[in-house]
Design a protein around this ligand. Structure first.
Ligand code: NDP
Ligand code: HSE
Length: 442
């Protein structure tokens, strides 16, 4: 152990679940190296959990366990509060209370930062304390630090990433194993990957929280969670994944934030990606985030997107940053949202109708002459070019066939019109399923 002349920094943990216990384990296991890096020893003073008696897979004998998180936030011994409870309102109240008490805060809570971050950062600025949130995006990948510091010389053009480990784990399981959606999701929950409410993972809400944060630090705009267009993976079937594969694509659940000529697109949805792209080959709980800067070009950041130890890696890195900064002039810290407060830009967020992307359309059509001609005419009238058409064998005894169409890029409003017209054809028997396609080759 480093023979440090300074007294240890005392931290208080709120929550000892998957991430809380992971954080205890990493702090204990790597105490020597962490102290050498931080310049001071870090000790856990106390931790709050609903049920202190429960055995939870980490050694809690070295610190005080309490039930009321306010005790941690109010304790004069605790210098740094680490919020790992999750949820919004309670976590927000606790965090603002900690800030008000001039304590630095570390959190893994993306919902809290995406929805209430603007208010929290303002409070932290007033009280001159740090709020660190590396674990909120990408699990163990240090993507916040990379964009905020490592790529600070760039104009960022685009961010696109697999940013929900649970959704990627479920899609990979559906593709590679003969298992249904619910069974794979249950595994993700057992492994500690899923949110307390797993619909946040499945409906894309968690990915939208993360995209909000990434877009803010990449483009220097305020956090605007309510402007993210969000679709989950609930509608995807094994057939969709199979048909995409036959055309040379993987389906991934992506968060995309990119500049277009009208402003900034922020969208979360299943996306077809050519199989040869690195990001198409990111499977299981792994996350990967593509960041394109004007100077650096495309960069990819890859690692475990969820789970106890990988997330703890990011939480502990933030704790080390806070401990190092305890001796630094508060005015000269890295700004929360990468750009100095007061310089955030008011850029238009593009309405979904104006998104530009290519499409995979899955149709169920009566198998008779002229139907495909009607469909292609509708697309042609709207100047939507077709890349490929695949007509599958009829799956049942009726006279319908699945038809898959890949289009070139178009504006979303033209595709909306095309889909309405196609669905109005008598020979189209079901709702048209559309999945956006991104080639990432520009
Ligand atoms: P868990 O549900 O595993 O843990 C939550 C912990 O908070 C539990 O220990 C629980 O106590 C405690 N808790 C909840 N409410 C209270 C309360 N009112 N008072 C005292 N203690 C309370 O969640 P995770 O560890 O998975 O997630 C924590 C945060 O980290 C969330 O914001 C999540 O989004 C984020 N995150 C999670 C990742 C992951 O892989 N799991 C990855 C990245 C971020 P008890 O154990 O007694 O029930
Ligand atoms: N539920 C989240 C996920 C945890 O699966 O990605 C990591 O943020």
């Amino acid at each position: 152990m480093l023979d440090s002349p300074m007294k240890p920094v005392s931290i208080g943990l709120l929550g000892l679940g998957t991430v809380g216990c992971g954080t205890v384990n990493v702090l204990v296991r790597n105490a020597n190296e962490i102290t050498r890096r931080a310049g001071r020893a870090i000790e856990i003073g106390m931790a709050a959990t609903r049920d202190p008696a429960r055995d939870r897979g980490c050694d809690t004998s070295g610190f005080e366990l309490v039930q009321d998180p306010l005790e941690v936030v109010e304790s004069p011994q605790v210098e740094v509060v680490v919020e790992l409870i999750g949820g919004e309102q309670n976590a927000k109240d606790l965090m603002l209370r900690a800030i008000n008490n001039r304590k630095h805060v570390v959190t893994a809570n993306k919902a809290l930062i995406a929805v209430h971050g603007n208010e929290i950062f303002e409070a932290a600025q007033m009280k001159k304390v740090m709020v660190a949130f590396e674990a909120a995006v990408g699990g163990g990948i240090s993507i916040i630090k990379t964009i905020r510091e490592g790529l600070a010389g760039n104009r960022i053009e685009q961010i696109a990433g697999i940013i929900n480990g649970t959704a990627n784990f479920v899609l990979t399981g559906m593709r590679d194993q003969d298992r249904d959606f619910a069974a794979v999701l249950a595994d993700a929950q057992r492994l500690g990957y899923a949110e307390a409410d797993p619909s946040f993972d499945i409906k894309g809400i968690d990915a939208a929280h993360k995209l909000t944060i990434l877009a803010a630090i990449a483009f220097g705009i305020p956090l605007q969670y309510d402007k993210v267009y969000t679709e989950g993976i609930g509608q995807l079937t094994r057939d969709d994944i199979k048909h995409a594969g036959e055309l040379g694509y993987q389906i991934k659940h992506l968060g995309i934030a990119r500049r277009n000529r009208d402003g900034i697109e922020m969208r979360v949805h299943p996306t077809l990606i050519p199989q040869r792209r690195l990001i198409a080959n990111v499977d299981g709980v792994m996350n990967a985030i593509l960041v394109c800067g004007d100077a650096v070009g495309p960069t990819i950041h890859y690692g475990a997107g969820a789970g106890a130890d990988p997330t703890a890696s990011a939480v502990v890195a933030d704790i080390v940053d806070v401990v190092r900064a305890l001796t630094t002039d508060p005015e000269n810290r890295v700004p929360h949202l990468a750009f100095q407060p007061g310089t955030l830009a008011s850029v238009d967020i593009v309405a979904p109708d104006e998104f530009e992307t290519a499409y995979f359309l899955s149709l169920t059509a009566v198998d008779r002459p002229g139907v495909l001609a009607d469909v292609t005419r509708i697309l042609g009238d709207l100047k939507i070019s077709i890349e490929a058409i695949l007509q599958k064998e009829p799956p049942g005894n009726d006279d319908t066939v699945p038809v898959i169409i890949l289009t070139q890029r178009t504006r979303e409003r033209y595709m909306n019109q095309a889909v309405s017209k196609i669905e109005a054809l008598a020979a189209i028997t079901q709702r048209v399923k559309r999945i956006r396609v991104e080639h990432f080759n520009d």
